[in-house]
Structure formats: C-alpha cells, structure tokens
Ligand binder design. Structure first.
Ligand code: BTN
Length: 320
C-alpha cells in the first residue's frame, strides 16, 4: 500500500483527503496514518492538514522499493519485487525464486552484490555506490535455443531507456554490452534452467554503471558510468520502472513470435557498434576475422569472411 499511496499523492500534486485514501484502499484511517508515518521515516515529506488531508512535498533521493513500485506501469514485470540491501548475486536470488515456483516477473534488486557474476565465469564488481543490480525472472514459452534472444532484447531496452535521458549515443556491442564512447556502461547475464525442449525459467540479470565517479585500475580502461559520460545523475528507481515497461512490451512480442527478434532487428542493428566494421571473433578455441553485417532473427552475429561466405556466430567474444 505504501507505493500506491505515494503514487496517488504524487499524481494529485495537491491534498488528498484521508477519507479518500481509506475508501480507495479499503482500510481504516489509522492504517493510512501508519503508512504515512512509515513513509516519512523513509524520507518522504508529507504534510498532513486537518480538513484537507495529505500532500506530498518531497521524495527521498534514496533508491528504494517504494520508489520503483510507485512508478511501475507494467502488468507483470516487477509486480513482485525483492529489494535487498546486500546479496550474493541477484541472478542467484532470482533463480531461487524460479525454483520455488514463483511467477514470471519477479524482480530482484540489490544495492550491493558481494558475489556479482559476469559472463564466462567472470566477477561483476557491484559496490553500493551508484550501480543498478537487478534480475528478472521469466518463463518464456519459446524453444530453449531461442532464449539467447532475450539477452539481446534486454540490451536493446536498456540502451533505449538510457538514450531517453541523454543525447550522447548509447550503443550495443554484440551481443549484450551497452557502451558509451567505446566503454562499457552495462552488462547483461542471462541464465536458463531448461530441458532439451522446454524452458523452466530464465533469469535475465542487468548490471548498470550509473552514477559511479571512478573505476579502479584496469577496469577504468574498459568501463565507464552513465554519469561519467553525460554528467547526468540518473534516478535508479525511475530508470528501472522505465526499463521494465519497455522490456515487458518487447518481450511479449518476442514470445508471441516464437522467440524471433525480427521485429527488433532494425533497431538493434542501428545501435550495434559492430555493424559494417571489422571484427575478431573468439569462438571457443577458434578465432577468426571478418566484417560484421548485423544479426539474424535468432540474434546470431552475421560475419562476412574473407572468402565472402557469411558465418553465423551463436556465442563468442567479439573485439573490434
Ligand atoms: C557481463 O559480464 O557483462 C554481465 C554482467 C551482468 C551483471 C549483472 S548485475 C545483476 C545480475 N546479478 C549478477 O550476479 N550478475 C548480473
């Protein structure tokens, strides 16, 4: 009810009577008063005036569950949010929710991860300051070999959500790194529990460098933050709510079309840094060079080799 009350007060911009809140949420005046007191303790500035009601005067800058919930406009994505001060990895926690049989759309968000996971067994630095660490539980009804498309879809949604905040170009490095000025601002890790022909669940984890002011050592050569590139301090709750909305819509189309990215291909390719450029692909033990042409409807990278044949890359590391 906390988020719902904040939403009503925010949208009204004036006083909302206690009576109206009681009727809207079917609770007593004492229950409303208690929630308002809890919100005040969390940093919301709410004025209470006899015979007028409650008015929202200020919101905390602090990143919070109420902040996300009160802005969420989705049907199912993030309908249930596990908001953790600190955790091992949000992907681990979302996978546990998946194994417990929780519904599609559970969102795990943490202010800090102590065992953040990156692709290919790497670590993902996840300090308290300025990052977004979130994982969404999905139960897609597409064949398991199409699940990797979800990563590209999320990459596109992240890039578009960030692009709404800045005119600096936000690009994608295949398959799922979001880059600004050649450095990484976001990584995505998708993990799946499946049988050969059936997906139990997929967890798509997003790690965004938003407001960090510096990166230590080697990381500073490859990583950057949205703040460092734009000077804009993004509001994490707002950004997550916007991303959920975009992703929910795209994912529904993706599932309806059997896991095909056809409808997103043009937009993805527009943001792809690799398009038309020479790439070196490290695919397992093998490495080869070519020119990246774009992606297939499944999300494979299409690379033209020296002999003019086109090779479709399902997984691999690409360097430009
Ligand atoms: C990459 O290596 O580029 C992927 C990084 C993915 C990091 C995110 S942070 C939230 C979620 N939880 C994890 O442990 N990893 C992903």
């Amino acid at each position: 009810m906390k988020a719902a009350i904040v939403k009503v007060l925010r949208e009204r911009k004036g006083y909302v009577s206690g009576q109206e809140l009681c009727e809207t949420f079917q609770v007593s005046r004492t229950a409303v008063w208690k929630v308002v007191e809890q919100l005040k303790q969390q940093g919301y500035i709410i004025e209470a005036v006899r015979n007028k009601g409650y008015r929202l005067l200020g919101e905390p800058e602090e990143f919070s569950k109420v902040g996300i919930e009160s802005r969420r406009k989705t049907k199912w994505a993030g309908k249930k949010i596990l908001f953790l001060e600190s955790t091992d990895s949000t992907n681990i926690q979302a996978a546990l929710a998946g194994s417990r049989g929780e519904e599609e759309g559970v969102l795990v968000v943490a202010k800090e991860q102590v065992a953040g996971r990156g692709r290919r067994g790497r670590q993902w630095e996840s300090p308290q300051e300025g990052g977004i660490y979130m994982s969404l539980l999905l139960r897609p009804t597409v064949p398991p070999d199409h699940a990797s498309g979800i990563t590209l879809l999320m990459a596109l949604c992240v890039a578009e959500s960030l692009q709404e905040l800045t005119t600096e170009p936000v690009k994608i490095k295949w398959p799922n790194d979001i880059v600004m000025n050649g450095k990484k601002v976001c990584g995505i890790l998708t993990e799946m529990t499946a049988q050969v022909d059936y997906i139990h669940h997929v967890v798509v984890g997003v790690g965004m460098n938003l407001n960090q002011t510096q990166f230590a050592g080697e990381l500073s050569e490859k990583a950057t933050s949205f703040w460092l590139e734009t000077g804009i301090r993004a509001d994490r709750s707002r950004l997550i709510a916007a991303l959920l909305e975009k992703f929910e819509q795209s994912y529904e189309v993706f599932c309806k079309e059997g896991g095909s990215l056809s409808r997103f291909r043009t937009e993805y390719e527009k943001r792809l840094v690799n398009t038309g450029r020479p790439v070196r692909v490290q695919d397992g033990k093998e490495s080869f060079d070519g020119i990246a042409l774009g992606i297939s409807p499944k999300g494979d990278l299409l690379v033209r080799l020296e002999d003019q044949s086109i090779r479709s890359v399902f997984a691999g590391e690409v360097s430009v």
